[in-house]
Write a protein that binds this ligand. Structure first.
Ligand SMILES: [Zn+2]
Length: 167
């Protein structure tokens, strides 16, 4: 349901809520730009670094700036089906954390926390898969590098997420 709403661009980001007559603040809870789907999921500094980590781990060196870019990356990668599930986990974790930050006033997460939530969710879902697909997905998890001091340092250079605890 979440992915369907996302793919139809009907996810209730703040810009969409305003279109429905909501009178709240339409700005992103992390950086105060207008919260659109593309901003929240890809362009915000808070989330762009998650994709940097995730895609770099899988040797994909493109950064998505909008939903369609992600669909292109998935279609053009080998093991498309496995990558689709892993990307769904990234999107879901970003959305869940955004809701916590927006509505429950929870602080934004460190990159290492996002990484472990994403990996944990994929492992949790793995009971749903079988055979080659499961092998592909578990292989991708093996490739997802821990958020090392090196990565955290590299990302901190251009003002990214708060520095992380090395895992
Ligand atoms: Zn933002």
């Amino acid at each position: 349901m979440f992915l369907w709403l996302l793919s139809k661009r009907r996810l209730l980001t703040r810009d969409n809520l305003v279109l429905k007559g909501w009178e709240g603040d339409p700005r992103c809870c992390y950086c105060y730009s207008l919260e659109t789907i593309d901003h929240l999921m890809f362009r915000c500094n808070q989330t762009a670094r998650i994709w940097d980590w995730f895609l770099h781990s899988l040797q994909i060196e493109t950064r998505p700036h909008r939903l369609e870019d992600l669909f292109d990356i998935i279609e053009n990668a080998g093991k498309t089906q496995a990558l689709r599930y892993c990307c769904a986990a990234v999107l879901w974790v970003i959305w869940k954390q955004r809701n916590e930050s927006s509505f429950n006033d929870k602080q934004c997460q460190t990159l290492s926390r996002y990484a472990s939530d994403i990996k944990g969710l994929i492992i949790y879902w793995s009971g749903l898969w079988k055979g080659a697909l499961k092998d592909d997905i578990m292989g991708m998890i093996q490739h997802m590098e821990p958020v090392s001091a090196q990565i955290a340092g590299r990302m901190a250079e251009d003002g990214a997420l708060p520095l992380v605890h090395v895992i």
